[in-house]
Design a protein around this ligand. Sequence first.
Ligand code: ZN
Length: 73
Amino acid sequence: MRFLLVFLVVLLLAWRWRAWREAKQRDRQASAKPRTTEMVICLQCGVHIPVQEAVIGAKGSYCSAAHRLAMEP
Ligand SMILES: [Zn+2]
């Protein structure tokens, strides 16, 4: 009975250690990815802007709605 208890504790520790190691590996893979922001150029004024903030028109991307209207009336 005592052997079974020790065996279960060792099994539990090995399982916890393995889960911890996999989580650590996942964190390392996530942090290894480069953190870059894709930039686009405004067709009207040529300024560089992050693609998330760009106003997308039919001909391309713009820094603002005013510049899109100037190029695409
Ligand atoms: Zn612009």
